[in-house]
Design a protein around this ligand. Structure first.
Ligand code: FAD
Ligand code: DLZ
Ligand code: SF4
Length: 518
């Protein structure tokens, strides 16, 4: 046989129509898939995330083989496994003597840097192709961002609506408005019921992987018994079908709602499948649009869902590549406190945080508003070191990859980028959490109390945050007015707030074990 083309497929590139495979002859191509130690341990991922990626990779390899592709699959416990992508590509070159390597660009900066060295390292030509599963290419975002004073998602989103023709009525947005967020802030009603999502029972491949993860990564964070993620395209499609049929209609109005013990509510739970490549983001948006056109789901829900995907998801990916390297080191608010132990153990009297950590540990998932307004908000107002918060978010979620986690954490939740992404910090007192959840009623702290021993810690921390960042934030027209309220309180009341916050902060136990990195 003539020398083949070697196509490495990374763990988050599990798409049959990947640019590197598209149009290739099967008998002229060797697809290389690699389980490597470096990827499993660059942070100490939640056990479910490793199991998910390995199981989805193994299923995808089988799917390719069934379709007639030649797949060279390196398992983690292969005795000759070098532990890195570069090492495994080098070994595969020895095995197959390819005439060329074709690979789709890596999602993460860390891996892209290693890949950029391949053309010099290897004797055969290496072609690195853009990842066209995203709607906007990296250079398209750069062109959009260049020369703009502010990089607001809303403006980018409108470009994406025009580009995809989603929810467009000629040149105008469907229904006359670009954004129906105003209708999407319903607190949970008492007795609110959300249909449960399909849970997928581990098959033989997944069971084998779970055993491997338990054996090799048993000391990583997280519960593995509750693994129910879709691991194949078919399962992911079933999860999407169930979402469109049962939860999309209420997705919008309850998008920001939180209920104790109700982990999914009306969210799609599709991020793991989209990020792995099992589901196509544009196709999901087209399906959501269809539900609206058929009268099955209201515009506020469908627009909200589409905005999350062609708006936020595309935007944070462009933002990541625009500000990397460097974004990971930003710390505009000089936050230096250690991450508290309870982010790992869930052991805190703050019911909202305890529930979010529980869901994170059990499901490797928490929904957006839990990530932003509970876990992120607490880290922001308590002044936790962004690097430690970033590591935590990268470890604990099954959908976490640096390109999507980092902008969401550093820029959206922590304002560490100084406001390039968000026009103001997402800082909130207990009042917001109380309005949008049922957490506070049974909490050992009282949300209506401000500074007493049993007062909700978010209340004093909020003012402590504002006070210590006054110089930076006062000129911000979206938040500056809050300082008039602070000043009206007078020194004595201010002192009580600050003292209460200091006392609480000094009671926080820093994490006792290196849960995030070796
Ligand atoms: P849904 O609520 O059903 O939303 C639909 C889809 O929209 C999601 O599946 C996702 O693909 C996309 N989406 C929604 N919001 C965002 C966003 N802000 N950025 C990118 N995509 C978005 N998402 C990740 O995929 N990986 C992460 O590591 C991650 N870390 C986050 C950290 C913080 C601090 C915050 C505030 C958000 C983070 N997000 C992350 C975004 C969001 O929380 C998750 O995408 C969402 O919770 C996934 O659940 P779902 O599929 O049910 O989402
Ligand atoms: C997340 C992950 C893990 C845990 N393991 C692997 C692996 O062994 N092999 C692989 O190809 N991909 C893995 N991944 C996903 C990669 O980290 C992801 O593809 C890159 O970060 C993208 O740049
Ligand atoms: Fe969270 Fe405060 Fe409400 Fe308790 S009272 S659940 S700490 S917001």
């Amino acid at each position: 046989m003539a020398k083949p083309v070697l196509v490495p497929v990374l763990g988050d590139q599990l798409t049959r129509t990947l640019a590197s495979l598209r149009g290739r002859a099967k008998d002229d191509t060797v697809t290389l898939m690699m389980e490597v130690w470096d990827e499993a341990t660059y942070v100490l991922h939640h056990k479910q995330k490793i199991a998910l990626v390995f199981s989805a990779m193994r299923h995808f390899a089988a799917e390719l083989e069934d379709a007639g592709w030649q797949v060279d699959y390196v398992k983690l416990d292969d005795p000759d496994n070098s532990g890195s992508f570069t090492g495994e590509v080098a070994r595969a070159i020895e095995r197959h003597d390819p005439r060329e390597i074709r690979v789709v660009e890596a999602g993460e900066f860390r891996v892209a840097q290693a890949m950029a060295e391949w053309p010099d390292k290897f004797a055969c030509p290496v072609e690195i192709l853009p990842d066209d599963r995203f709607i906007a290419s990296i250079s398209e975002f750069r062109d959009w961002a260049e020369d703009r004073k502010t990089l607001r998602m809303e403006h980018f989103y409108r470009e994406m609506r025009r580009k995809t023709d989603l929810l467009m009525d000629g040149d105008e947005p469907e229904g006359g408005k670009w954004n129906y967020d105003h209708d999407n802030r319903e607190p949970p009603k008492k007795g609110l019921f959300a249909p449960s999502r399909p849970l997928f029972e581990p098959d033989d491949i997944t069971c084998e992987v779970i055993e491997l993860v338990q054996d090799r990564f048993g000391d990583h964070f997280g519960n593995l018994d509750s693994f129910h993620w879709p691991v194949t395209r078919d399962e992911a499609e079933k999860a999407a079908d169930a979402f469109f049929a049962e939860r999309l209609p209420d997705f919008g109005q309850y998008q920001d709602a939180m209920m104790c013990g109700e982990d999914d509510l009306f969210h799609s739970m599709l991020s793991t499948s989209i990020n792995l490549g099992l589901l196509d983001p544009l196709n999901l948006c087209q399906r959501a649009q269809e539900e609206y056109r058929k009268g099955n789901a209201p515009l506020n829900s469908v627009e909200g869902f589409i905005r999350q995907i062609i708006g936020w998801r595309e935007y944070v990916r462009g933002f990541y590549w625009h500000f990397m390297p460097g974004l990971e080191e930003t710390n505009e608010l000089d936050a230096t406190r250690d991450l508290p132990e309870f982010y790992w153990t869930g052991e805190t009297g703050m019911r909202c945080l305890a529930d979010c950590v529980r869901s994170t540990r059990d499901n490797a998932h928490a929904h957006h508003i839990q990530r932003l307004m509970v876990l992120g908000n607490f880290a922001l107002i308590a002044g936790i070191d962004p690097r430690q918060v970033q590591d935590w978010f990268l470890v604990v979620y099954a959908d976490a990859y640096d390109w999507v986690e980092l902008p969401n954490v550093a820029a959206m939740a922590l304002y560490a980028d100084g406001g390039k992404l968000a026009s103001k910090p997402y800082a909130a007192s207990g009042n917001y959490i109380n309005k949008m959840s049922d957490y506070c009623g049974e909490c050992r702290y009282s949300v209506s109390k401000k500074t007493s021993e049993d007062a909700c810690p978010f209340n004093a921390l909020y003012w402590h945050f504002m006070d210590r960042n006054r110089v930076r934030l006062e000129a911000n027209h979206r938040i500056g007015r809050i300082f008039a309220t602070w000043d009206r309180m007078g020194e004595e009341r201010q002192g009580e707030y600050l003292e209460s916050a200091e006392k609480f902060l000094s009671s926080l136990q820093p994490a006792s074990k290196g849960w995030a990195r070796n």
